[in-house]
Ligand binder design. Sequence first.
Ligand code: NAX
Length: 326
Amino acid sequence: MKPLRVLITGAAGHVGSSLVYRVAAGDLFGLQQPVILHLYDIDKMLPELQGEMMELGDCAFPLLKDVVVTTEIDEAFGDVDVAFLVGAFPRKKGMERRDLLEANGQIFPAQGKALNDYSNPDVRVVVVGNPANTNCLIAAKNAPDLNPSQFTALTRLDHNRGVGMLALKLDAYVSDITKFTIWGNHSGTQFPDISHALLKGKPINDMVDFDWYKDEFIPAVQQRGSEILRVRGMSSTVSAAICTIKHFKSWYYGTNDNDWVSKAVYSTGNSYGIADDLYYSFPVTCDSEFEYTVVDGLEINEFCEKMMKISEQELIAERDVIRHLL
Ligand code: NAX
């Protein structure tokens, strides 16, 4: 079987390095498909990448055919079939969201161009580095020969956080919960929506108090990343890597019948009145042909519509800040 090439940018960082070992172990494509890992980071992280490569060798992963360690963008993006864009400029104390957008705006045009020029034309891209939705838009716009539907951004971690919290509240298994949605931006404006969510086929809306949902659950999901940072002094790492894999696998293998997942995908002509030309998190189903479909036509009540719009407006404002990079 021909090995598939998987690029991880920011591979020396916390999320990137957690991802590296999982991909090498076969977590993405199952236990038959060999992979070649492309580990990319900035120059000063080269020793970290080299150490990572040595450790990968020591694990003797049966499916790991080769490892390319590089700080050169053309080599990193060359012929890759899958690209996880994790590397990004971290938010520092006192930095406004606008500054972060600008700083990361310098990274993603070049990576979009590299995907366009050097990668497999059928490449699939998952953007994890924050602000993920808008970075994804920048990368996609700088890859004019690729289809915007080849690009997605990660909101699966938010999705799984919400499902996990619902399972705790309802004393249920996460596998019994379906049709939960994260709408919008991977940020504090994201909207965790239970209006279509089911527990063993029964509406969760009927099982929880609206005040708990509005005043406790929604903020808890929205602020989970900050809360983890506050508690352990470090942001999510392993959960982010695992959810990145889950995001990819649902795209590659397809979603379960009678369920959907949340992914930030290119908005174009949806039934919810969300502006076009954004990467917005929707409920999506995927078939096993590596395609996704936004679940359209769900009934949206007034509360949900208001929440969905707040996140849409934030994404529009982010797009305005980086418009010169598109
Ligand atoms: P780290 O600071 O540990 O790692 C970031 C890595 O990116 C570093 O190794 C750094 O050298 C590298 N990097 C910086 N500029 C680069 C460039 N131009 N090209 C390639 N690599 C570059 O951060 P980590 O905790 O790993 O988080 C990585 C990103 O994921 C951050 O932007 C973070 O905010 C974001 N997250 C997004 C999540 C999501 O759900 N969408 C959740 C997890 C995570 O917080």
